[in-house]
Design a protein around this ligand. Structure first.
Ligand code: AHG
Ligand code: MN
Ligand code: MN
Length: 337
């Protein structure tokens, strides 16, 4: 059984502040705002069945996807927590058409950070009591503090991320994050409302035994992915691998991070750029998996090296145990050549 460490997320954030030279505490305040919003969203998610927050909100987001009530609620809660505490100068969300500029009283735009967020990941699972999540990504703005934020502050390569993480509202609620010095996981003690360090310095196995992909779309997949799936199913050496797919990236990612495995959302004939969003989903997960010793790719190249051209850009995503992602990439390039 995991031991209660009595090390809280709040204390950890402050301790880790010293990793950054010249730190002003601004990033710590930002992470604390995320921690608070996570607790509020958690309490809403937990009441989902009785609080009239399941079901569709009746509108679609910019990507043409049905918004669930909880998508809208989580989005509002995170935006409020981040904007009212004046810890960021801009927020981009999967649920909003454009980025939001935050003005902080008389000190307009003085914060140096922007946040990109998928406030509720795995929305199709809300109504059926299956794990959902929140994914966030933090960058230092590239434009001058004191001026309004611009699109280019958000369109940075994933390798420029200052911090990234996710919250998983699962059988227990966890917050997992990195600031580029490894990955640490915290579990919420719901009776105390406090996150405790439960998974220090998380590392993912180099080779796992799980593959996670929506195989219902098999016939729409590129040949390289089809061949890789058959490789996973072949009876040879340590195979066949087992298949696990929840349909909430945060939850699929979390399981594979702990156990070792590969998550794939490839391009399909229907979604030629893939489904997952580079800025809100793939970049933060890619940063985390690399920090945990794993690998993230679009099938051919490193996710974190992609220069984004638009906020809601989609990309194919291969993420997980390093040896498995490398193997999948081999199948991808073999099928092309
Ligand atoms: P979101 O709920 O934020 O729109 O994300 C859903 C994403 C991701 O979490 C999940 O892995 C994937 O969509 C599932 O897609 P399929 O239903 O096409 O497999
Ligand atoms: Mn999502
Ligand atoms: Mn979402």
């Amino acid at each position: 059984m995991a031991q209660h460490t009595f090390r809280t997320l709040g204390e950890f954030i402050i301790e880790k502040q010293e990793d950054f030279r010249y730190s002003t505490g601004e990033l710590s305040r930002l992470l604390s705002a995320i921690k608070l919003a996570a607790k509020v969203v958690n309490s809403e998610v937990n009441k989902a069945g009785i609080a009239d927050i399941t079901g569709q909100a009746g509108n679609t987001n910019i990507q043409g996807e049905e918004q669930q009530k909880l998508d809208v609620l989580a989005n509002d809660l995170f935006i409020k927590a981040l904007s009212q505490r004046e810890v960021v100068c801009g927020i981009a969300s999967e649920e909003n058409d454009n980025f939001i500029e935050i003005e902080a009283g008389d000190n307009v735009h003085l914060s140096k950070y922007v946040v990109l967020i998928d406030p509720l990941d795995g929305s199709s699972n809300i109504d059926v009591n299956v794990s959902v999540g929140t994914i966030f990504s933090i960058y230092r703005r590239v434009t001058q503090p004191g001026t309004p934020v611009e699109l280019k502050d958000f369109l940075q390569k994933g390798s420029q991320q200052v911090a990234a993480g996710y919250i998983i509202y699962g059988s227990s609620t966890m917050l997992v994050y990195t600031t580029g010095n490894g990955v640490n996981g915290f579990t919420l003690d719901p009776t105390l409302g406090t996150f405790y360090l439960s998974h220090p310095d998380m590392k993912t196995p180099t080779q796992g035994k799980i593959y996670s992909i929506n195989e219902g779309y098999y016939f729409k997949f590129p040949q390289g992915v089809k061949n890789y799936i058959k490789h996973c199913q072949e009876e040879k050496d340590d195979r066949p691998y087992t298949s696990r797919y929840i349909g909430s990236l945060a939850a699929d990612f979390h399981r594979n991070l702990l156990k070792g495995g590969i998550y794939i959302y490839p391009t399909t004939s229907q979604s030629p750029n893939g489904k997952l969003r580079l800025l809100y989903e793939c970049n933060p997960m890619a940063f985390l998996i690399e920090q945990a010793g794993g690998k993230a790719s679009d099938g051919f190249k490193r996710i974190l090296d992609i220069t984004p051209t638009e906020l809601h850009q989609r990309v194919a995503f291969f993420c997980g145990s390093a040896a498995m992602v490398t193997k999948a990439e081999e199948f991808m390039s073999e099928a092309v050549h």
